[in-house]
Design a binder for this molecule. Sequence first.
Ligand code: ADP
Ligand code: MG
Length: 218
Amino acid sequence: MSEFPGEFIPEKLLYRGAEAELWLGTWLNMKVVLKKRIKKGYRVRELDDELIKSRTLKEASLLYEAKKAGIKAPYVLHVNPVKGWLIMTFVEGKSLTEVIQEENEELLSKVGRDIYLMHSSKIYHGDLTPSNIIVVNHEPYFIDFGLGEKVSDIEKFAEDLNVLQKSLQSKLGESYYKKWKAIVNGYITQGGETSREIIDRLNEINKRGRYKQRKKGE
Ligand SMILES: Nc1ncnc2c1ncn2[C@@H]1O[C@H](COP(=O)(O)OP(=O)(O)O)[C@@H](O)[C@H]1O
Ligand SMILES: [Mg+2]
């Protein structure tokens, strides 16, 4: 039997990943999601406990910071770092992966704007894939901050963008470019000169990647 926080009534398993189970349910009469980090048998027990604790805490604090930065994200309602439990509000929508083909530039530009808001508050997301962006009424919500950090290094922000760009490229093929451009436009409109520096760094990262590819092919 799965163990749950007191007062949490599970309804159904939404998702089971390598690191966590996501349960939809109710908690104090609210419709919520429980993110329950799971132990990995093959890791040393102490290391396992430490990783679960630090990622749970990291996720809770960055979700809070993200909201302070003006981005939409679930509210954190309850955290138990020892158990690896995080209860947050349920964001009822579809992932950006599912809706990107039918969404227009306005939504994508908001995604870019919000990523800049996050970066200007020194939040590095750490896993900025389209499945970690939920779209509700054409508004993006950001989730899954467990690998994030507070940083000042623009290389990290460029990395976030690189992850999103690569992920869209592999999902959409050539047609990704128009969508990606709308995201970059939103990012630059919000961020001005500073955001351009980050985009320049992103282009450098892409060049480095291409150079490495070429070297491999030699
Ligand atoms: N607050 C939430 N509201 C609605 N769905 C959520 C919420 N949190 C997570 N999910 C769903 O569960 C999936 C996995 O959660 P996520 O935090 O991304 O875990 P993982 O680290 O395993 O990727 C998400 O892609 C999303 O579909
Ligand atoms: Mg995720």
